[in-house]
Design a protein around this ligand. Sequence first.
Ligand code: SF4
Length: 171
Amino acid sequence: MFLKSIKILDIDVCVRQRSTFASHTRASVDVSEVMPYLNGILKGADYNKEADSIKFIQNHVEITMIKDQINVAKFANRTELLELLDWVQDLVNDTYESMSELTPLYTAQHRPSVMTIYSLLPKTNCRKCGEKSCMAFAARLYKLEVEISDCGPLAEEPYTANRDKLNNVFA
Ligand code: SF4
């Protein structure tokens, strides 16, 4: 098995969303060689070849891998963290096993600008997402700190077509 274990180093309150938690963990192996392949299959992932890092969101939780470090942010409790780490371990191992069939992507994925994202939001500043404005939400979506589904109004007409356009890029 390529990635045998992921050890939790600490768990603390998430400074960016204080109702959630963040954790530093250490993988049993440097996962850098798998990252370009993860970048090829995780649409919307943020891969940085020079830094050997990749960031992506899974079920509202932010996961950042840097060599053998796996940092997890915005999870609800230890149970959710353990489930996510199991998922990450399976993802890395399944990807590693399939590398000969997968196409690696060594460049950052194209992502629309903050203004393009903003143009597809309802622009009502309703704050249902917890942000002060649609522009603030667009800026955080660009940084992969929130998910499209966090904007509830996008699931309603007349915004669903715009939601589908955003999903094509980030989903
Ligand atoms: S929930 Fe959607 S429409 Fe409301 S402020 Fe947030 S991004 Fe804008």
